[in-house]
Design a protein around this ligand. Structure first.
Ligand SMILES: *Cc1c(COP(=O)(O)O)cnc(C)c1O
Length: 457
């Protein structure tokens, strides 16, 4: 293993250097990748030298989400201590489904869950676990909501129309999960938004309509940080409606739920303590490696009722809480707790809050810049870490593609109500406020130079 660790060091160092000198890897066409990079699998072994050369080439040709020019997705940059912790996880390869196989790593996850409870405002009946991504965390919440509505569904299957409610700007995994769980995509009611926020008056109307039609409303999902606008639904009002009709209330905080760590931005999720379940991702705003997703619920009992399959052959030791497989969708389970713990332990809860605040301050600086220059039009609202804009009315999709092809920056576009705009995301943990402002300067220079030569199509 020592030799391989030396090899790892060599490749990793090249990557770290490349983040500086080539922050945007030149795009590789998918149809050429196997040939160009020597990826074809072979019958015979190859030498270690050749292996290292090919692996290095492959690594360096891959997109650098960890560089400070990556503003494309809802994550970017790197939390160094989390990255190292996650490398150790690969080295140790514990599996989290039993205490026997992962020992004190279970305590690491438990410590995270216990520490989150008072931050969210849940009491000691609340519990939670880590899931393989935000979409899966939401799926787990949806399953708990379904079973909570009718504990027989688990045995009998779905035999009525179970309806659920979420805003038209919520995450696409919600209708997908509705299909997985036998409820069906058609039973998802997409509630219209105003300035990115769910319209609670329409929510209540739709619930009433469904009740009158004899359906069974069982779940409403609010969003803390929508994917395009970074908006927050009005959770206190939604909680009121959910309570009135006896419906499970889940908050999808995959993107911006981490505002809970900041005393300055915690107010954006006021009402979260009224929810039945809540999920967030460490791999978005906190820049831990993917995946790092937590699902919490106020109803520990429901967590066990939905996910425990009483697999007695597996769980032969320790108290039931220590065997995390009892509350997992899968059997073998990667240790996703250590990377979050490593960050939290090193910077403290205050440090987590500061990371969040830095992103919001960068976004505010970007918005100020946009307001000061009439060539820009702003489409997102305050406060949000997504700065959505157009520049000189250039079609945003085309602009993004040209910026990428030229190795300028990686940024994507969004569409809301027919309007296309650049969605510039300020959650890159490696980018300073200056890097963020530099993006705009660079964009203007790029347009001036490139669009003079070849104007918009
Ligand atoms: C990213 C995101 C998800 C999905 O999380 P994954 O970890 O990518 O599965 C869900 N909801 C929102 C609002 C998100 O931004």
């Amino acid at each position: 293993m020592k030799n391989e660790l030396d090899r790892f060091y060599r490749i990793a160092n090249k990557w770290i250097e490349a983040e500086e000198h080539t922050p945007i890897s030149p795009p590789v066409k998918a149809e050429n990748a196997v040939e160009e990079l020597g990826l074809a699998l072979n019958d015979s072994p190859i030498s270690d030298e050749e292996f290292e050369q090919i692996l290095t080439g492959l690594v360096l040709a891959s997109p650098k989400t960890t560089s400070k020019k990556f503003f494309n997705l809802l994550f970017g940059g790197r939390t160094e201590k989390s990255a190292v912790a996650d490398m150790l996880v690969s080295l140790m390869n514990n599996t989290m489904h039993t205490y026997k196989a992962s020992g004190p790593m279970v305590s690491v996850e438990h410590e995270i869950i216990r520490s989150l409870r008072p931050i969210i405002g849940y009491d000691t009946d609340a519990w939670g676990t880590m899931a393989e991504g935000g979409s899966m965390a939401i799926f787990m919440a949806m399953l708990m909501a379904r079973d909570h509505h009718d504990q027989e569904i688990k045995r009998e299957g779905v035999n009525k129309k179970y309806t659920l409610y979420t805003s038209e700007e919520s995450h696409y995994s919600i209708p997908k999960n509705a299909a997985f769980m036998g409820v069906g995509r058609e039973q998802v009611r997409f509630i219209p938004t105003l300035a990115g926020k769910m319209r609670v008056d329409v929510l209540e109307e739709k619930i009433k309509e469904d009740l009158e039609a004899g359906h069974s409303p069982f779940l409403v999902v609010g969003t803390a940080g929508t994917t395009v606008l970074g908006a927050f639904d009005p959770f206190e009002e939604i909680a009121g409606v959910a309570k009135k009709y006896g419906i499970w209330f889940h908050i999808d905080g995959a993107y911006c739920g981490t505002v809970m760590f900041s005393s300055k931005y915690r107010h954006l999720i006021n009402g979260v303590e009224e929810s039945d379940s809540f999920n967030f991702n460490g791999h978005k705003m906190l820049s831990t490696p993917t995946t790092c997703s937590v699902i919490l619920t106020k109803h520990k009992k429901q967590l066990y009722q939905t996910f425990d399959n009483a697999a007695s052959y597996l769980y032969q030791t320790d108290m039931e809480d220590l065997n995390l497989g009892k509350i997992s969708l899968q059997c073998g389970r990667r240790n996703n707790a250590l990377k979050l713990w490593a960050l939290w332990k090193s910077v403290g809860t205050e440090g987590l809050g500061k990371i969040v605040e830095h992103h919001y301050e960068s976004a505010a600086a970007a918005r100020n810049y946009i307001h000061s220059n009439s060539d820009y039009k702003l489409f997102s609202y305050e406060p949000s870490v997504n700065v959505c804009f157009t520049y000189k009315d250039i079609p945003a999709d085309e602009l993004c593609n040209r910026l990428y092809a030229a190795g300028h920056s990686l940024v994507s576009f969004g569409i809301i109500k027919g309007q296309t705009f650049v969605r510039f995301v300020t959650v890159n943990g490696s980018a300073s406020e200056e890097d963020v402002l530099q993006f705009f300067k660079g964009l203007e220079e790029f347009v001036e130079k490139e669009y003079a030569l070849s104007p918009s199509a």
